[in-house]
Every structure is written in structure tokens, then in C-alpha cells.
Design a protein around this ligand. Structure first.
Ligand SMILES: Cc1cc2nc3c(=O)[nH]c(=O)nc-3n(C[C@H](O)[C@H](O)[C@H](O)COP(=O)(O)O)c2cc1C
Length: 180
């Protein structure tokens, strides 16, 4: 798909068909996302694809901070991708000190870039996704047994879309940019 068209037509998808996304397709999406830029090419972003209905239900029931909207999305999605990030590299010097006043927030920035690249690659392949930000980070890490040294950046529900939502209104370019 042409790049601008892909960016403009990607939507947050919250209703999915039951069909699973194949592991091969999921791997192709992750391969595309691996080309996202990252701090000093540290590539700290990781992906755990949860397809097991019981694990998804546990995350939905115990780790959505009482936000039923997200619990419903997670239970209805054939896969929930837990986006992890290796902590302590992006934004850090070799001696463990922070490089800038953003401290460790560059790893979240990197994970965000990778996650949007993941979503665009999924859209290009005809697969829908929604990024979920309202969840209990520590609880999700505990439920999936996240690798030592990683933190959870975001959840992404993924599957074939069963809805075709209109784009929410965007701000005008004049509101978004200024030239000096
Ligand atoms: C960091 C972040 C967190 C989000 N968290 C949620 C969420 O918890 N639940 C949800 O339904 N959508 C969530 N969204 C999706 C946004 O609501 C959506 O991107 C926005 O309304 C614009 O719609 P669009 O993605 O279709 O363009 C999140 C998006 C981002 C980038």
C-alpha cells in the first residue's frame, strides 16, 4: 500500500472476527516493525503474542484497572500483543547514567515508534489493531511471566477487522505546526 494512504486509512479496530492471524503473518509484521528507528539502534522493543483464551481472559479480568471497555476488546480479539521493552538501554550511557533529562523515557518513545510501525504493517496486510494504554503494567507482566529486565510498554489487540470505523476528527495542520 502507498505509505500516505496506509497512514491515513489505518484505524483503531476494536471488533474482530474469530479467525487467528497466522504466526507467519505475525512474524512478517514484527519483521517490518523491526525497521522502526530506535535510540542508537538499541532495538529494545519486544512482542509477546497471547493467543491463549485463558491468559487473555486473565489479563482482561485482572489487569484492565476496572476499565470494562478494554476488557471486552481483549476478550474479543483473537490475539493480544504485549509490547515489551528492554529496560536500561535506550536513553542510557554505558555506565548506567541517563544521557538526557528525559531519563529512561526514550525507551517508551522507541516502543511507541515500533508499535505504530507494527500497526501500519498490520494494516498493510489487511489486519486490524488497537493500541491499549489503560492496563495494570505490573499485573500484565506477572500474568505472562515477562522476561527479567523488560517492562510492558503497551497492549495491542490484533485480528481481522469486523468493523469499519470512520476516522475520528483530526486537528487542522494550522493548529499542529508553526514555522519560525
Ligand atoms: C498511547 C495510546 C493509548 C490508547 N489507549 C486506548 C485504550 O486504552 N482503549 C482504546 O479503546 N483505545 C485506545 N487508544 C486508541 C485511540 O483511542 C485512537 O488511536 C484514537 O481515538 C484515534 O483513532 P484512530 O486510531 O482510529 O485514528 C490508544 C491509542 C494510543 C496511541
Amino acid at each position: 500500500m502507498e505509505t500516505i494512504k496506509c497512514i491515513e486509512t489505518r484505524r483503531s479496530i476494536r471488533k474482530f472476527k474469530a479467525e487467528q492471524v497466522s504466526h507467519e503473518t505475525m512474524q512478517e509484521i514484527v519483521a517490518a516493525a523491526s525497521f522502526a528507528p530506535s535510540w542508537k539502534n538499541t532495538q529494545v522493543t519486544r512482542y509477546v503474542v497471547v493467543e491463549d483464551a485463558d491468559i487473555k481472559a486473565k489479563i482482561a479480568d485482572e489487569a484492565t484497572l476496572g476499565f470494562d471497555h478494554n476488557a471486552g476488546i481483549i476478550k474479543g480479539a483473537p490475539a493480544l500483543v504485549v509490547v515489551g521493552m528492554v529496560h536500561g538501554r535506550s536513553g542510557f550511557e554505558r555506565d548506567g547514567s541517563y544521557t538526557t533529562s528525559k531519563e529512561d523515557r526514550w525507551e517508551v518513545f522507541d516502543a511507541g515508534l515500533a508499535t505504530q510501525t507494527f500497526c501500519l504493517a498490520a494494516h498493510d496486510k489487511g489486519i486490524g489493531a488497537v493500541i491499549l494504554g489503560i492496563f495494570d503494567e505490573a499485573k500484565v507482566a506477572e500474568i505472562i511471566g515477562l522476561d527479567e529486565g523488560q517492562k510492558v510498554a503497551a497492549l495491542v489487540a490484533v485480528g481481522y477487522a469486523d468493523e469499519d470505523p470512520a476516522a475520528p476528527k483530526r486537528k487542522s495542520v494550522d493548529e499542529l505546526v508553526k514555522f519560525m
